[in-house]
Design a protein around this ligand. Structure first.
Ligand code: AMP
Ligand code: MG
Length: 310
């Protein structure tokens, strides 16, 4: 048996016992538990220290499973066909017959759902007969983990099992779109918002009307490295870690490249890992070079803006 097969077996054993475990996804690692079980879901909130009014995303293998729990419409099908499995989450109406734990949704009749594309998370979801509630596998408000080691640094031995799937390819959370009523984007993320607008606008035939972006909690402390972050910095001050996306001629021990060629996908993938490294190295302040606000740069800017709020 392959090592990954035996690890998936182990993961399923924990999940079937209403335990929560960490799983790899292409966005970030998730803290996963049976989405139909109050017990498993309560454990996620407790371990993460997440306020109970902040709902979780449920992860599905395929449309067939999703349809048992959620109402879907034309916008959903369009986006699903184009982007799933992948880094996009949808807020949908729950069916009355849904078995989703009320704790996930904080008793509301809407739920955020996603189809992760990471091969291990797909294999796992295929083998179980329930969806997985899986918020990012970090203590509430801290930086999302993008590797097994990051998850371990968050929870230590309090977490029973981490399914190792290497480092997350995208490195930022999913884009969340609300599809109840008029569509709007709740959180920028792995899929560029313009691609989403384009598809929905075509369908609704309102090419001049943009769908709204509502990014809740923009001023809330979130994705926080726990030390001050200075944005759009043209240079760094003494002892300040400096995050850069294009190579400088000067060599400086405080420079941390998330890309050396202004490649925004690479920068997204390296951002959280670099913020953790800077913190581990004992820096007390971070400066970040200006990041172009295009493509996934939009999501990077959203996260570093939140990281810079006190
Ligand atoms: P994470 O902890 O990174 O998985 O983030 C999950 C995000 O999804 C949070 O920002 C939640 O507020 C959002 N979310 C989950 N469920 C819903 C819902 N039913 N309606 C609106 N937002 C939701
Ligand atoms: Mg999170």
């Amino acid at each position: 048996m392959k090592k990954s097969d035996s690890n998936i077996k182990k993961a399923i054993k924990y999940l079937n016992n209403n335990e929560c475990i960490a799983i790899p996804t292409e966005t970030v690692y998730g803290l996963a538990g049976n989405a139909y079980s109050d017990k498993a879901v309560s454990r996620i909130y407790k371990l993460k220290k997440r306020p109970s009014n902040n709902p979780l995303i449920a992860h599905y293998y395929s449309l067939n499973e999703l349809k048992k729990d959620c109402e879907i419409d034309k916008n959903f099908i369009r986006l699903y066909k184009k982007f799933c499995p992948g880094p996009i989450s949808f807020v949908l109406k729950l069916k009355k017959t849904s078995k989703i734990s009320k704790i996930i949704t904080n008793n509301s009749n809407s739920i955020a759902v996603r189809f992760p594309s990471h091969p291990l998370s797909r294999q796992l979801l295929k083998k179980i007969n329930y969806p997985l509630a899986a918020p990012s596998a970090n203590i509430s408000t801290s930086i999302s983990p993008v590797s097994k080691q990051d998850v371990f640094d968050e929870f230590g031995s309090k977490l029973k099992f981490i399914l190792d799937g290497g480092s997350s390819k995208i490195g930022l959370e999913s884009t969340i779109i609300n599809l109840i009523g008029k569509p709007y984007i709740l959180r920028l993320g792995g899929i560029n918002s313009r691609l989403i607008y384009k598809l929905i606008n075509q369908l609704e035939n309102k090419s001049k009307k943009k769908i709204k972006i509502k990014v809740p909690g923009i001023s809330k402390l979130h994705y926080s490295p726990g030390i001050p972050v200075r944005l759009n910095a043209k240079k760094n001050f003494q002892n300040e870690a400096y995050i850069l996306i294009k190579k400088r001629k000067k060599i400086n021990k405080n420079y941390f490249y998330i890309s050396k060629t202004s490649n925004l996908n690479e920068a997204a993938k390296n951002l959280y890992r670099t913020l953790r490294k800077i913190k581990k190295n004992g820096y007390k302040k971070i400066a970040i070079e200006k990041i172009p606000n295009i493509n996934i740069g939009e999501a990077i800017n959203d996260r570093i803006l939140r990281a810079s709020k006190k």
